[in-house]
Ligand binder design. Structure first.
Ligand code: GLY
Length: 370
């Protein structure tokens, strides 16, 4: 594991410097090496990635116990209150925003205000559930009624946490119904996943399947596939339901089967190989999910998972910038297949999940956020 420690040490050294520069900001991507921390992202305070920097600071705090990281994380969490207050613009991504911030804070420090924020966020997420259609609605507005997306698997742990914390099963019941729907409707027989499915909001029957951020309808967007394998692993860990473990494994095996010699996934596994478009963030998310899943696979499969995870992380290391001239770490992430301006850029969630994967490799008892 020396290589993991070396990889981690480079990250930590760099973050010691960049955390001072970025402070309680909301970094997304860099331009000429610098983040615009005042909402360079498109939608201001409610943008779905605004929890990741605070989450990175909590992860650093757990590892170093350096109070400066806790202060930055807390300040990010407090700034996010504006999003809870505004309500408008909030969507299915409540988990991505409040699990790495408020819920992490509460798990680590028992801060009662953080608990309130987590429960508030979970209650908003639960309010998006459509009982007739049996799904959590993605995004907002009349044109999005009936939309469900694979990414939302990563928001379910906020609902599991809310039930574990409050003793009220309402939240987890919603998460399980949504996960069952995804298992039946999104996951194909080969283990690949849809990105978007539009459902009839009165019956839950399928109206349309869309390519979303992937290459084409019926193809396989790699970050969606990473959300699926991680999300079902998380659902298994929270519920103990073996069906979710089987699905997580199926999604993981498909993901692994599509990797080339670089260990870094293409944006879409079914897209043409030229131009060769990569998404390192999908690799980081999948690696972190696989490190968790590895604990639950059969003993004779562990070696295979270890080998794949090492190949993936070593591939990601080659895509890291450890200098302080560039504030981001993981390069060559991609927002979506059909958005050229968002190809091969650093994106904050790439750094977040890379940190999480490395910390999990170092210490299985690391703070579980998702
Ligand atoms: N959850 C949106 C994305 O993965 O880009």
């Amino acid at each position: 594991m020396q290589w993991v420690n070396h990889f981690w040490n480079q990250l930590e050294e760099k973050l010691r410097v960049t955390s001072e520069e970025i402070g309680a900001g909301f970094p997304y991507t860099t331009k000429n090496g610098k983040y615009n921390t005042e909402f360079a992202n498109r939608e201001g305070i409610t943008w779905w990635t605004n929890g990741f920097w605070g989450g990175m600071m909590w992860l650093l705090y757990t590892e170093t116990k350096d109070e400066r990281y806790m202060q930055i994380a807390r300040a990010c969490e407090e700034r996010l209150d504006k999003a809870l207050d505004s309500f408008n613009g909030l969507n299915h991504d409540m988990g991505f925003m409040w699990l790495p911030t408020a819920v992490a804070d509460y798990k680590l420090t028992r801060n009662p205000r953080a608990r309130e924020r987590g429960m508030h966020a979970a209650t908003i997420l639960a309010g998006r559930f459509n009982p007739a259609g049996r799904y959590i609605n993605a995004w907002n507005g009349p044109s999005m009624v009936g939309w469900a997306i694979i990414d939302c698997m990563m928001n379910l742990p906020l609902l599991y946490w809310a039930s574990e914390e409050s003793g009220d099963p309402r939240y987890a019941n919603i998460a399980k119904i949504h996960a069952d729907m995804v298992q039946n409707i999104f996951i194909r027989s080969d283990g690949s996943s849809e990105h978007i499915v539009i459902l009839d909001p009165m019956t839950g029957t399928i109206k349309q399947k869309l390519r979303g951020q992937g290459y084409a309808e019926g193809s396989s967007w790699s970050r969606g596939q990473a959300w699926a394998l991680y999300g079902f692993t998380a659902s298994y860990i929270h519920t103990g339901d073996e069906r979710y473990l089987i699905t997580a494994k199926k999604c993981a095996d498909y993901f692994i089967s599509q990797l080339d010699e670089t260990g870094v996934p293409d944006i879409d596994f079914c897209a043409p190989k030229t131009p060769m478009l990569k998404d390192a963030s999908a690799g980081a998310i999948a690696a972190s999910g696989l490190v968790q899943l590895m604990d639950y696979v059969k003993p004779d499969e562990v070696k295979h998972y270890e080998t794949v995870i090492e190949k993936m992380l070593r591939g990601l290391e080659k895509n890291c910038d450890f200098t302080c001239a560039e504030q981001s770490i993981l390069q060559n992430c991609s927002e979506s297949y059909h958005k050229e301006a968002g190809h091969h850029i650093p994106i904050i969630y790439g750094d977040y999940y890379l940190m999480e994967a490395l910390l999990r490799m170092r210490n299985k008892n690391v703070l579980r956020i998702f």
